[in-house]
Design a protein around this ligand. Sequence first.
Ligand code: SF4
Ligand code: SF4
Length: 244
Amino acid sequence: MADKSFFIDTTKCTACRGCQIACKQWNKNPGTKTVQTGSHQNPPDLSFFTFKLVRFSEIETGGDPKWYFFPDQCRHCMEPPCMSTAESLGSKAIARNEATGAVVFNPKIKVKPADLKSIRESCPYDIPRWDERMGVMAKCTMCSDRVKEGMPPACVKACPTGTMNFGDRKDMLERANKRLEEVKKVYKDAMLANPEDVRAIYLLVDDPKKYHKFAVAENTFGITRKMALKRLFQPLSNLRHVIG
Ligand code: SF4
Ligand code: SF4
């Protein structure tokens, strides 16, 4: 099986939330109790039971409201900072699926609250979530169980507009770059979000911050400043674990 990737073309997204519901159903995640907060975005954030969330921003531009839809999920980073942090803390809770490249949280391995905090802070996209009662983490799995059987992830299968795409990484990168060229003819600021660093490649047509605070990584190396400092000052005992 080849290295896989998503291509998420936000220019086609209608915020129908079919992907969000399909993700819940396939992963047998319960619905999240929520209230109307005045936004189409619901529930308000990702959680231990919500791996996919269609973010919704309404921004005023010269008196006219403009809508930005962002189907948020784990980016399955090429060099995942969450996994490096977990390893540096001596935890095997995060692993990579060598066949697809998916970054997977092991639901059976418990993590301490302080370790969860470090892992979450190391993620440039603010993805990892934790269940306090069980002490384990959860996020998008890239539907590894479906992909292994030759099926696309549930969110891709459910998307009616062609926003969600999935396939061999080389094909997805080609498709993303081709679509970027087309879209740039109309939207000069169009861009792909960190395409070389992630396996969930987003096409955006405006300032990423208008979509979501964590739409793109703050630096392009896939490692946060906090994490770099942490690595620099980590105790020798942790370093020994990394080395041996
Ligand atoms: S997006 Fe965050 S949780 Fe997902 S692989 Fe990258 S660092 Fe890990
Ligand atoms: S299913 Fe497709 S169109 Fe609907 S919200 Fe998700 S990505 Fe957007």
